[in-house]
Design a protein around this ligand. Structure first.
Ligand code: CA
Length: 212
């Protein structure tokens, strides 16, 4: 009996070693992939800011304006701009932690990005003639000093009712914040009678809200 048991143990050890080698190889590959980014010239380079988590849910992660595709890069905390013809990433804009949704102001002059963990919306200049083109020019957020906590919790979907008014879904508060675009301030809050509003859209004078 002893030799047979020894053979089984030996085979088991060999399988364990092989499995460890395979797992190790796949871990290395995953690490390599997560550390890669693309420069303005389209070349791959190592990114030092990536923190793959994929925990924050998306609402509207992609938006298109003329030749540009705007994509929230959630683990890298950036908004990436892809040129539709060259299919290259032409810019990476640092935003807040875990960007999950992007919306373009109807006149095309601003890109708004909601940051799920930072509890903020980054407003990016999209006027190609402006000196701050593709830079953050304002941040929407709110803080309750008495509670010592954010009152703009876990923003997700963004929808514009025009160039003057925007809506932001505050998913964990079951609210929609109404934002005055000019002053970047919250002018009203709509209480939603459903849990976790995420994707939102304005159509024909109505705001549609999709709760989770
Ligand atoms: Ca929060």
């Amino acid at each position: 009996m002893k030799p047979r048991v020894f053979v089984y143990v030996k085979r088991g050890l060999a399988c364990a070693v092989l499995l460890a080698v395979l797992l190790g190889a796949s871990a290395v590959k995953t690490q390599e992939r997560s550390d890669l980014a693309i420069s303005k010239a389209g070349d791959l380079y190592a990114s030092s800011i990536s923190h793959p988590s994929f925990i924050s849910p998306h609402a509207q992660p992609i938006a298109v304006f003329r030749d540009s595709v705007f994509v929230v890069n959630t683990p890298s905390d950036t908004l990436d701009v892809i040129h539709t013809k060259s299919r290259r990433i032409t810019a990476r804009i640092n935003v807040g932690v875990d960007p999950v949704s992007v919306a373009i102001r109807p006149d095309g002059k601003e890109i708004w990005v909601s940051n799920h963990v930072s509890d903020s919306v980054s407003i990016i200049d999209n006027d190609a003639l402006s000196p701050t083109y593709l830079q953050i020019v304002a941040t929407v957020q709110a803080f309750d000093r008495e509670r010592k906590a954010t009152s703009f919790d876990e923003p997700m979907g963004i929808a514009f009712a025009g160039n003057e008014k925007a809506y932001v879904a505050l998913s964990s508060d079951n609210q929609i914040a109404v934002i005055d675009v000019a002053s970047r301030s919250i002018i009203n809050r709509l209480q939603i009678t459903a849990q976790d509003p995420r994707a939102i859209a304005v159509r024909n004078g109505r705001l549609y809200v999709v709760p989770f």
